[in-house]
Design a protein around this ligand. Structure first.
Ligand code: PHE
Length: 446
């Protein structure tokens, strides 16, 4: 099956592969969404439930996607095409389109992180101290030239890394950025925890409150786990396709899940103690990152340094995710159109950039609104609430029911046997699709 064996690119090392997949998983969602959602639904009690979801469903589905990729050693479209004369090729195409659309707006936000690194060093703190961080953000996102400029920079950086290939580009960059991200995170935790009054924030985050863990909270945990682990959009299939045949996948997947969850939980140790120390209410999304946090940093001694460090961390989180998203269409162009990596990267980059322009410009005007939503929110809704759960469920059903005999051997390595195959298969066939269906139905609330 592996038409390209011998010539196909591969990860240089297991740790490089884990950091690249971990880099994909650790992204905006870990920093601007997880702490807020956890705080809202009972802190430690939410985290406990989230851990359960990651272990039972997140791990299962990620292992499924990676083993599928490892088996065929092909991009999503070509891998799905291998079964029954191409009847399921459409699934590969949809998965690739979902990733491509998510990337188109993800890179717009990536551009904002660069803008804020620059601003942190030039005046952001002064404005935030004067209570103007909201105005500043509003003025920035409604300035088309500024937004497009930083969008282009982020797109070019993403493209440049993917241009370098699996080992020489993606793996090399993740091996530097992921440890750096972790170190910055630890430094920021120490800063936040040593602020006077920080302990109240810690209490809020760490004392379990099971009364807040409602059904809605449980569903939020499942949705968050899927988005955070980058499932249902072809990434883990594509990354899995560069894994060497003798690699033991279950332990690698477990480590990716640990990295992702650890960074999400640790981000809360930066945000809550600092917010409580300065009595600022925590929110989520762009409001938290680009408005609330700058106003918190402005109150700290040496605020410009903390703000810069934070946005560098945020930039690393964003770009290691965006390269994984770009790799999905690039791998498809290489496999299906027989393009060279360089040509495929250029073609995919132009495509995602153009697709992203309405998201970039739609923030300052309503010209691109669809169904009453801004373009970015609309694409986000379609891809995350519909596309991602549907494709994650279909992929699980496909692997679990149609090709389990092909995939099961991929869970072993030459030296190690995965002993929980039946349990895994049960989860892939029944548990994961059922649970995903539930988040899909509840996520449909427009
Ligand atoms: N997992 C990333 C995050 O937590 C986001 C992401 C989603 C990246 C989908 C790639 C694909 O932010």
């Amino acid at each position: 099956m592996s038409q390209h064996s011998g010539t196909r690119e591969q990860w240089g090392s297991k740790i490089g592969f884990i950091l690249a997949a971990g880099g994909s998983a650790v992204g905006l969602g870990n920093i601007w969404r997880f702490p807020y959602v956890a705080g809202k639904y009972g802190g430690a009690s939410f985290i406990l439930f989230y851990l359960f979801v990651v272990c039972v469903i997140g791990f299962t589905v990620m292992l499924t996607e990676m083993a599928f990729g490892k088996h065929y050693q092909l991009s999503c479209v070509s891998a799905f095409r291998q079964y029954k004369g191409g009847k399921f090729t459409f699934m590969g195409v949809i998965v690739t389109l979902i990733g491509t659309f998510i990337l188109s707006y993800y890179m717009v936000i990536g551009g904002w992180t660069i803008k804020y690194i620059v601003s942190s060093l030039s005046g952001l703190m002064g404005e935030a101290a004067a209570g103007h961080s909201g105005d500043l953000f509003g003025a920035f996102i409604s300035s088309p030239n500024q937004v497009l400029l930083y969008h282009v920079i982020f797109v070019l950086l993403t493209s440049l890394i993917v241009f370098g290939g699996i080992k020489g580009g993606i793996e090399r960059v993740c091996k530097v950025m992921m440890p750096a991200l972790f170190v910055i995170l630890l430094v920021m935790i120490v800063r936040s925890l040593t602020l006077p009054g920080a302990s109240k924030g810690l209490e809020f985050y760490m004392l379990p409150d099971f009364s807040k863990l409602t059904l809605e909270g449980c569903l939020a945990a499942i949705g968050q786990a899927f988005f955070s682990l980058s499932l249902g959009m072809g990434i883990m299939i594509t990354y899995g396709s560069y894994v060497k045949k003798d690699e033991y996948l279950p332990s690698a997947v477990a480590q990716v899940c640990v990295i992702d969850t650890l960074v999400a939980v640790l981000a809360g140790f930066v945000i809550f103690p600092a917010a409580f120390a300065f009595s600022i209410e925590v929110n989520s999304g762009p409001g938290l990152t680009f408005i609330t946090l700058p106003s918190i940093f402005a109150k700290m001694p040496g605020g410009a340094i903390w703000s810069t460090l934070f946005f560098v961390l945020f930039f690393f989180a964003a770009i290691t995710s965006s390269i994984s998203l770009l790799e999905v269409p690039v791998a498809c162009l290489i496999d299906t159109m027989k393009m060279s990596r360089k040509k495929a990267t250029v073609v995919a980059t132009i495509l995602v950039f153009v697709l992203g322009v309405p998201s970039a410009l739609g923030l300052g005007s309503h010209a691109f609104d669809i169904a009453g939503k801004g373009f970015l929110d609309f694409i986000d809704f379609i891809t995350n609430n519909i596309g991602m759960p549907v494709m994650a469920a279909l992929t699980s059903l496909f692997v679990g029911w149609l090709i389990p005999k092909d995939i099961l051997p991929e869970l072993d390595s030459t030296t190690r046997v995965f002993t929980h195959k039946n349990l895994w298969l049960f989860c892939v066939r029944f548990v994961a699709p059922a649970v995903i269906l539930v988040i899909f139905v509840t996520g449909l609330k427009w």
